[in-house]
Design a binder for this molecule. Structure first.
Ligand SMILES: Cc1cc2nc3c(=O)[nH]c(=O)nc-3n(C[C@H](O)[C@H](O)[C@H](O)COP(=O)(O)OP(=O)(O)OC[C@H]3O[C@@H](n4cnc5c(N)ncnc54)[C@H](O)[C@@H]3O)c2cc1C
Length: 423
């Protein structure tokens, strides 16, 4: 089959790779000049298979409100909120209040996470990609006794699903992360032993090259404007290149992997995708002293900031901000991220010299991604991965390829069905 993949972020590139591996002829349409240049560019770099959870968390509803007003609080809301923000918040609250939904969705996402880890390991064996990737585990620090107590429950669920994790004492945390000499509060940690890291942008770019060398057609600087269809099938894709020239491409199937912008393409076919751009920030800086830096990746629950080692660089990232598609990077946000790093890994890098970034998590109001068949029989969706698109990309790509080939999927896709927002 000839299959068009719309979007060359990490989800689009892994999808293209899986389809090519299965013998399909694949064309990727990407409006940027390179792959992985939007949300996949500067994320926190965690492949956190054991951590994945839905956005609509009932336990967060009351906790989150005071965060908005706290100076270094991890949640920010632009005032006055837009109609889109307001709608997203209301829908999220509705899902958070839906009895039992969080637990079901969390398990579904964890199963997809387990599958994604398997697919990443296989892919890394199949291809020689350079993206500062590793699987050395992930630490969630507990800066209060209550946080540690919460981790005990998570630890039980992970055990039940066969995901390796350990509760660590502060001494064990410092043994695992000897560079962690800062004075931030520490009561222990939950260690996700088999989780990983990696630069999602480098991975996407390298994978795009590998795909190209295997015959995938990568059409950069090409914006998809329209999907042509009859009642049953997508019959063509209207794409415009940077010189303004439009052409209609034919395909046997189309997969939408356009992150935050996916809804613009499905709306014309009668499917509303309530994907909201949840903003976050990161900075990346060369290490001044590798001994003082994280060995792997550490989530500081005190500031909700993640510090990740990427080879000889540090990536630090944080904040959940509801501000639509605003790309400003306020100094105050970077100052909070710096505070976290300094309180855990002092002296590891010259943080003022860091390269800064902002991006938008393609978030669904309930939290699981959208994976499945769209409103036409040859249209498929692999999008809306929110906070965990890097982590879930390899698994999502595999299951969407299975679906296209009419196979039973390795993971049940009920929680990810595209039509759920209209139910
Ligand atoms: C601050 C921050 C930290 C994060 N940390 C992590 C983390 O540690 N671990 C993790 O797993 N995830 C993390 N994420 C989330 C993760 O980065 C995203 O879920 C993931 O990158 C989404 O990938 P994607 O391919 O779906 O979207 P994108 O990377 O946005 O790719 C979509 C692509 O589609 C293209 N496109 C859109 N519309 C069109 C069109 N009409 N025509 C042609 N091309 C189009 C865009 O140009 C873009 O390249 C983080 C996100 C943020 C913002």
């Amino acid at each position: 089959m000839h299959i068009i993949v719309i979007g060359g972020g990490v989800v689009g590139m892994t999808t293209a790779y899986e389809l090519n591996r299965r013998g399909h002829q694949v064309t990727v349409l990407e409006r940027h000049g390179i792959a992985g240049n939007e949300t996949s560019k500067g994320n926190a770099a965690q492949r956190s298979y054991g951590v994945v959870y839905p956005w609509a968390d009932p336990a967060m509803v009351l906790k989150a409100l005071p965060w908005i007003f706290k100076r270094d609080g991890p949640l920010k809301l632009r005032v006055p909120p837009s109609v889109e923000t307001f709608r997203f918040v209301i829908a999220s609250l509705r899902y958070a209040r839906s009895p039992g939904l969080f637990g079901l969705n969390k398990r579904a996402m964890l199963r997809l996470g387990i599958h994604s880890r398997k697919r990443f390991l296989a892919l890394e064996q199949e291809l020689d990609l350079n993206f500062d990737g590793d699987h050395k585990g992930l630490l969630h620090l507990a800066s209060t006794p209550e946080a540690l107590e919460g981790y005990r429950q998570t630890h039980q669920l992970l055990n039940e699903l066969g995901i390796a994790s350990r509760l660590l004492t502060p001494e064990q945390v410092r043994e695992a992360e000897p560079g962690m000499t800062g004075n931030g509060p520490l009561f222990g940690a939950l260690s996700y032993d088999t989780d990983g890291t990696g630069d999602c942008h480098l991975f996407s770019r390298d994978l795009a090259q590998a795909c190209e060398s295997r015959g995938v057609s990568l059409r950069y600087n090409t914006e998809t404007e329209d999907l042509l269809s009859d009642d049953n099938r997508v019959t063509g894709v209207v794409a415009r290149n940077k010189d303004g020239k439009a052409e209609t491409l034919e395909a046997d199937a189309v997969v939408i992997c356009a992150g935050c912008w996916s809804g613009q393409l499905t709306r014309q076919l009668g499917l509303k995708l309530p994907i909201y751009p949840v903003k976050g920030y990161s900075f990346t800086v060369p290490l001044a002293d590798p001994e003082k830096a994280p060995v792997s990746t550490v989530h500081d629950d005190n500031y909700k900031v993640v510090s990740t080692r990427l080879g000889d660089r540090l990536r630090a990232s944080g904040f959940v901000e509801l501000a639509d598609f605003n790309r400003d990077i306020p100094k105050a946000r970077l100052a909070t991220i710096r505070k976290s790093v300094e309180s855990r890994f002092p002296g590891c890098a010259d943080l003022m010299a860091a390269e800064t970034w902002t991006g938008f998590r393609p978030m669904t109001p309930d939290g699981p991604p959208i994976i499945g068949r769209g409103p036409r029989e040859n249209l498929f969706l692999n999008t809306g991965h929110g906070t965990f698109g890097w982590t879930l990309s390899a698994g999502s790509a595999d299951v969407v390829a299975q679906l296209i080939d009419g196979e039973e999927t390795s993971v049940c896709l009920d929680a990810f069905r595209p039509g759920r927002f209209a139910e």
